[in-house]
Design a protein around this ligand. Sequence first.
Ligand code: MG
Length: 380
Amino acid sequence: MSLALYASHEHQSRGRRYPEPSPGLRGEYQRDRDRIVHSTSFRRLEYKTQVFVNHSGDLYRTRLTHSLEVAQIGRTIARILSLHEDLVETIALAHDLGHAPFGHAGQDALDVCLKDHGGFEHNLQALRVVDELEERYASFRGLNLTFESREGILKHCSLAHAAALGAVGRRFLEGGQPSLEAQVANLADEIAYHCHDADDGLRSGLITLQQLREVMLFREPYEEVVRLYANLPERRVIHEVVRRMVNRQIVDLTEASAARLQRVNPLGSEEVRQQAEPLIGFSPSMVKQNHELKQFLRVALYGHYQIRRTAAKVGRLIGALFDAFLADPYLLPPQALLDLQEREDSAGVTGRAQAVGDYIAGMTDRYAILEYKRVLDPSI
Ligand code: MG
C-alpha cells in the first residue's frame, strides 16, 4: 500500500489512550478494525433499523449491511486517492455503533428523554461505545482505539459536549478538519444511504420509479439503462440504475477531491487538519444533485405517512421504557442496575438518566420491542 504524503501514516499516529505494544503482524488501524468487528455493538447492528424497521422485511438494509456498504465504498475511494484504507474501513464500520434502536426515530425519542441530562447524539454515543461501553479487555474500558479512528467516529458533536472530550473534540471548538480518511468515510456514508434508501424505497413501494425519475441523479442513469436494454425487467433496471448512481458519485468525488488535493497540496495529515474546509468533496454539480435527491427522500420516503406512523409508535415505546426504568431502576436486569448505581453514585440523577439511556441505546429493535412487552404489557 503506497500512501500519499497527506494520508494518515501509522508512524505519525497520535496513539491510543492507554499505551499498548505494537500489534506485530497487523497495522495499528487494522487492529482497530478487528476490534470493531469483534465487538458486541457491531453484532447488534444486524438488528437495528436503517430506514425500515428490522422486522418489516428481510431484504432491506440494516445498520450492519449499511455499514458494510459504507466500508466498501470508502475503501474504493481511499485506494484511488492513496489514503489509508484500513483507517477508512475502521471508521466506516464503527460510524453507526452509537445508533439507538429504530434509527432516527429512536434517537430523537432518546434525545427528548435525556434533554435535561445532555441529550442524546448518536455520533457521541458511538465514541462512548468504543471508549467506555464495550467491555472486552482486562486493563482498560472500551476498545482503546487510536486517536485517528476515534476522531473519525466523532463526525459531529455539540459544543457543550466537545469541551469535555479533550483532543478529539477540539476541532469542534477551534475549527479545523479531521483526517482525509475520516472525510472519505463521511461521504461514503452519504453515497451509500442516498443510493440504498432509493433502492429500498422502491422495493417497499412507498416511492415509485415515476417519482424518482424527477430526480436528476436517478433520471440520467435511468435513461441510459432503458436506452441500452429494451424490455429489461424492472428489478434489474433498478439495480443497473442504483449501481450507476454509486459509481457516478465515486468518480465525481475522487476527481473533485484529487483536483483539490493537488491545488492545496498539503504536506501531511496535520496540514489537512488545519484547513478551513474539507478537502474531500463532490463537484458543485454533484453537490446540487445530491441535495435534490436528499430533499426528495426527506419528503417522499422519510416523510411518508407509513414511515411516520412507525416512527411515532417506536418513539412512544422508547419514551415509555425510559420513564419506567428511570422511575424504578429495579426493573432493570442485574448488570444494567449495577451500572446505573455506579453512575448515580458519581453523577446523581444525570448519571441515573444516562445509564438508562445507554441501556436503551444499546438495544436492537427486536430486543426493545421484547423489553417493552416484558416491562409494560401485563398479559405476558
Ligand atoms: Mg450511516
